[in-house]
Design a protein around this ligand. Structure first.
Ligand SMILES: Nc1ncnc2c1ncn2[C@@H]1O[C@H](COP(=O)(O)OP(=O)(O)OP(=O)(O)O)[C@@H](O)[C@H]1O
Length: 145
């Protein structure tokens, strides 16, 4: 039992570290806001669980991304095209998870709040995802180059 609490302590330390990461905090706040809206509009259990699933999925993927970045920094702290590919692909994992969450979240919320077909939410979500993807794709500069 002592070993279990020790492992729990280490996991809590890891979580405290993640809370210092800006992106992790943003995703957590965003997820909490969406879940609060879900409570306010009294979502059905199944819809609320989907929002909860999406929120956790995004923060878990962000944690995986952080782990990959840290490993890359430890093993190879200098600029390297291979590290760039590794980190960019790791970041795209979060992007894909977030895109899926936006589609699911909007399809649920738009249907509940505006009483529109869930496909309208999906369509709106696709527009938002494409906008942010294009913004990321054509943004000049950034990164450790
Ligand atoms: N050692 C490196 N070699 C090549 N490119 C790198 C290297 N380190 C970072 N980059 C580039 O810079 C981008 C940002 O990397 P960075 O490690 O700063 O993560 P971040 O997205 O700012 O996340 P965080 O805010 O969690 O640190 C990477 O996706 C990659 O394109």
């Amino acid at each position: 039992m002592r070993k279990f609490f020790k492992s729990l302590h280490h996991a809590a330390n890891g979580l405290c570290y993640l809370l210092k990461e800006r992106n992790f905090r943003i995703q957590l706040v965003f997820g909490a806001a969406v879940l609060s809206i879900g409570v306010l509009i009294e979502l059905e259990r199944q819809d609320f669980l989907w929002l909860l699933f999406c929120t956790f999925m995004v923060v878990i993927l962000e944690a995986v991304n952080t782990v990959i970045e840290k490993i890359a920094d430890i093993l190879h702290p200098y600029y390297d095209e291979r590290v760039k590919v590794l980190k960019d692909v790791a970041a795209s994992i979060v992007l894909m998870g977030s895109a899926m969450s936006v589609l699911i979240g909007l399809s649920i919320l738009i249907k509940e709040i505006f009483d529109l077909h869930f496909a309208v939410g999906i369509l709106f979500g696709i527009i938002i995802v494409v906008f942010f993807f294009s913004f990321g794709l054509f943004r000049v500069g950034g990164g450790k180059e």
